[in-house]
Design a protein around this ligand. Structure first.
Ligand code: ADP
Ligand code: MG
Length: 268
């Protein structure tokens, strides 16, 4: 397997460009500044993690990129167009902490859902869904209902569904946050494998330091309110990453570096 190297798009522009974004909720004395002058570029093929204490604006930043929350100030460009246009063009796949699967549909038909909405033919939908289920190693469960699957398996279905229409950008908000540590590590391995196989670009929100270090090629550390970018830490661990990666001295050094940066943020 070759290592995935983030590259600029053919135009040389980053895939995601966040420029001076401020987000205020409410007005007057009640106002909460969730993001303050955030500037961030994500290159094509990047795996960027956003990490920071609870309430620092990680979800807000992700939702702003996804055009689910409008910025108060500043702008977000995705593939050189507005976040809104990118959403209309279905440039995003999203995965949240809780997989929002429909129990009245089989696993396969859950993965097919976005393709159905987009008007793909039945044949095309089934073929794509089967391909995605194979990617997340759930082919044997295609005919089951979501409630018959474990929490980790449900998250894998959600990932398959998000990738089914080949979005250029996968936005993930603490997708493994509700899972036990061992399941989380297994899914981290799997997500990296999928990222390398598909070459997709991922922006990933987490508050787990080991998870951020293992997965990312770059970690963006955010400070508590108002949310700002405090540091960007490149992760120079070799690929492919696996069990052995978690035992490398460099892995521990990076975990310590991120932890100390977060501590400094709390004190600031
Ligand atoms: P994180 O994901 O890092 O935990 P959030 O982005 O969810 O943080 O929230 C950042 C801040 O913005 C918090 O203070 C939160 O209370 C506030 N906030 C988020 N969404 C809303 C909303 N819809 N209305 C008002 N305040 C909000
Ligand atoms: Mg959040």
């Amino acid at each position: 397997m070759t290592a995935t190297q983030p590259t600029d798009s053919p135009t040389g522009a980053p895939l995601v460009s966040v420029r001076g974004v401020t987000k205020r909720f409410g007005t007057g004395d009640e106002a909460v500044v969730a993001l303050s002058d955030v500037t961030l570029d994500v290159a094509q093929g990047d795996f960027v993690s956003l990490i920071g204490p609870s309430g620092c604006g990680k979800s807000t930043l992700l939702r702003t990129i996804a055009d689910l929350t409008p910025a108060t100030d500043g702008e977000v460009l995705v593939s050189g167009k507005s976040a809104h246009q990118a959403r209309c063009d279905r440039d995003y796949g999203m995965v949240f902490q809780k997989a929002t699967l429909f129990n009245w549909r089989t696993v396969r038909r859950n993965v097919e859902l976005p393709l159905e909405i987009m008007g793909h033919s039945r044949q095309d939908r089934t073929a794509r869904a089967d391909e995605m289920l194979e990617l997340v190693e759930l082919s044997d469960f295609a005919r089951k209902r979501p409630h018959q699957l474990s929490g980790g398996m449900q998250q894998r279905v959600a990932i398959a569904r998000a990738l089914a229409f080949e979005p250029s950008l996968l936005l993930m908000d603490e997708p493994f946050g509700a899972l036990d540590e061992i399941t989380r590590e297994r899914l981290n391995d799997e997500l990296l494998r999928i990222w390398q196989r598909t070459g997709t670009t991922i922006v990933f929100v987490t508050h787990s330091i080991p998870e951020a270090v293992f997965l990312s090629n770059r970690i963006v550390v955010m400070s508590p309110r108002p949310g700002r970018i405090l540091a960007e830490i490149p992760v120079d661990l070799p690929y492919p990453r696996d069990e052995a990666t978690r035992e490398l001295p460099r892995y521990y050094e990076l975990v310590t570096e991120v932890r100390e940066t977060l501590r400094a943020a709390e004190r600031a």
